[in-house]
Write a protein that binds this ligand. Structure first.
Ligand code: NAG
Ligand code: NAG
Ligand code: NAG
Ligand code: NAG
Ligand code: NAG
Ligand code: NAG
Ligand code: NAG
Ligand code: NAG
Ligand code: NAG
Length: 280
């Protein structure tokens, strides 16, 4: 199929047809075939080739499903449908959007598993699925995305182990998997990751000890929150020695042992701290 702006238009009309409720009637009159797709609300076209490069339907109060046809918007770089009440599966066909850099499905009612085919989105930098009902495990295929900087999957019903490779990426900045049902060990870090700033894994069912020798690879870590898990053992003093940028440290509601090391006093940026013990 040779695609052009006319095929983009037909895809968007299929998307519109799958919206079952639209409180403000923003699309109903605006997405009209008598005007160019590029002037439609929420639609952005590329300046050179005049194809749809961004679709932003966030905060419109929309209900419905995302049809598989979305995968035909082959010039799409940015897709955001956050803060609506879309439901159903995240279609596998999203994986065909190979130019995609930004994918935001957060705060909807999506369910089903995270399609492992999303690991094919090799240019993706930002991915948020937070605040939905996603189940199943985090696909290890996501480790294949070398450009990935931010992953937000918090407040879903994800289970199983966290793929050990997920933190092992020099591009990664923020990862938030809090508020799920993830179990097994914490992923570790094996080489210096100066870009990693946030590891948020609170309110899961992770077990085992904190990985040894992880923290001296994370000189710019600002948020480390593993509160409310089943972690145990000693908290390595390297955490306090080497992660000097820490501003948020969540450790409470685990089974850690021992006292707080004196190095804690050297974390001058710390503004939010929940220790595992009252003892200093
Ligand atoms: C798009 O392609 C179809 C055939 O695939 C053609 O009929 C149509 O005229 C084209 N539209 C534009 C705007 O080029
Ligand atoms: C659709 O909405 C866009 C952005 O708000 C606006 O520029 C455009 O004129 C509208 N088109 C119609 C036909 O209402
Ligand atoms: C999408 O639109 C919302 C509301 O207009 C805006 O706040 C948000 O920044 C936009 N997102 C993107 C990725 O452009
Ligand atoms: C888009 O993709 C679907 C399958 O994902 C296909 O059935 C459909 O014919 C394609 N074309 C358009 C214009 O939606
Ligand atoms: C988006 O939805 C979430 C969850 O309901 C809410 O916490 C957040 O404030 C909403 N964002 C906006 C800008 O409305
Ligand atoms: C990552 O990509 C390689 C090569 O494309 C593939 O063989 C491998 O199965 C992928 N890994 C995962 C976990 O999907
Ligand atoms: C982490 O990355 C290093 C270097 O690329 C590699 O040797 C190692 O096997 C990776 N470990 C995991 C758990 O992916
Ligand atoms: C949490 O993990 C433990 C094993 O480490 C298991 O026995 C327990 O059932 C899990 N709890 C939940 C709520 O998944
Ligand atoms: C705190 O930092 C200072 C200066 O870097 C260092 O001399 C001292 O040993 C540190 N104290 C602890 C308890 O790590």
């Amino acid at each position: 199929m040779i695609s052009n702006i006319t095929s983009d238009q037909s895809v968007l009309l299929v998307v519109k047809a799958h919206i079952s409720y639209e409180p403000h009637n923003q699309l109903r009159s605006n997405w009209s075939t008598s005007t160019s797709v590029c002037s439609w609300i929420g639609v952005t076209c590329g300046s050179k080739h005049r194809r749809v490069t961004a679709l932003n339907l966030s905060y419109m109060g929309l209900a419905g499903i995302i049809p598989p046809h979305i995968g035909n918007l082959s010039f799409l770089v940015s897709l955001s449908v956050s803060n609506n009440t879309f439901h159903g599966y995240a279609p596998n066909e999203l994986a065909r959007l190979y130019r995609l850099k930004y994918l935001n499905l957060q705060f909807n009612n999506f369910n089903g598993e995270i399609p492992s085919s999303l690991g094919l989105l090799s240019r993706l930098k930002f991915m948020s699925l937070s605040g939905n009902n996603f189940i199943g495990s985090i696909p290890a295929s996501l480790c294949n995305i070398t450009s990935l900087q931010e992953i937000y999957f918090y407040d879903n019903m994800l289970s199983g182990f966290i793929p050990p490779c997920i933190l092992n990426k020099s591009s990664m900045q923020n990862i938030d998997l809090g508020g799920n049902r993830l179990s097994g060990p914490m992923p570790s870090v094996f080489f210096d990751l100066p870009s990693l700033e946030m590891i948020q894994l609170d309110t899961n069912n992770l077990s085992g000890g904190l990985p040894i020798d992880m923290f001296h690879h994370l000189p710019n870590l600002q948020v480390f929150d593993v509160a409310s898990n089943q972690l145990y053992g000693k908290v390595s003093s390297t955490l306090f020695k080497y992660c000097k940028q820490l501003s948020w440290l969540g450790l409470w509601d685990n089974n850690f042992e021992g006292r707080l090391p004196p190095e804690i006093g050297n974390l001058t940026m710390l503004t939010k701290f929940s220790p595992w013990t009252e003892q200093l």
